[in-house]
Ligand binder design. Sequence first.
Ligand code: PXL
Length: 281
Amino acid sequence: MQLLPTAPLGETPVRAMTIAGTDSGGGAGMSTDLRTMALLGVHGCLAVTAVTVQNSLGVQAVHTIPPQIVADQIRTVATDIGFGAAKTGMLATGEIIDAIVEVAADIGLGRGRAIPFVIDPVCASMHGDRLLAVEAMTAMRERLIPIATVVTPNLDEVALITGITVVDDATQRDAAKALVDLGAQWAIVKGGHRRDSPRSTDLLYDGTDLFELDHQRFDTPHDHGAGDTLAAALASALAHGFSVPDAARFAKSWVSEAVRWSYPLGAGHGPVNPLWRVAQD
Ligand code: PXL
């Protein structure tokens, strides 16, 4: 597949920012984002929102970072290093979401502003551990999604955000429309978990144009970090200057390969593998 260019050695590369939580097991969250960004020629900057105590069996504890410190990490990087796109992952609380919304307005991040903003509305881990407080759903729905350049929910997140249960093509389209109605410029409704289809088909929609991003589905228990990887690849491609449809097509192929080459780790669910691109036979 096509790759993204890296800067000539010694020159400043393209930058992107991940606003996300850590996973001590290294399979999801910020570490995954940074691996994907590095492999796509992007210098990844980071605003940590929460530290999770986590292994392949689940999340045992969460320590959240004060909202002001989250916002300050974003602001201090934006005003010095600069970045061409940002993405969110685990945001933990409504207060953190509101701090991000405020700093985004100040630095020109988000829909209709200079810097594209990918919102991956992470709500829970694959084990069902909550990564966003129940009471933060209003902030997510009413304040963060309206400033998304692209929002990238999976089907569980679609149900929590829009109330729509996606079971077929028609409900997947309804969900994409509902997300655009909430204010996102583009919505990607990921179809990887659709039980009625043997393919993994995501829908990309902006209220006018509808694209199907279709790929063979790889069934594996080791898909920890798949959503993070898609959003990080999308933000990387946007930082490189791709249009949203081109970035989304690129990110879909990137994450599909990462799922294909995922590996076991620990006794539970292993991670997808953004390192597939540098693996040697
Ligand atoms: O894959 C979503 C996700 C994002 N961020 C962190 C996570 C997870 C899933 O477990 O732990 C920190």
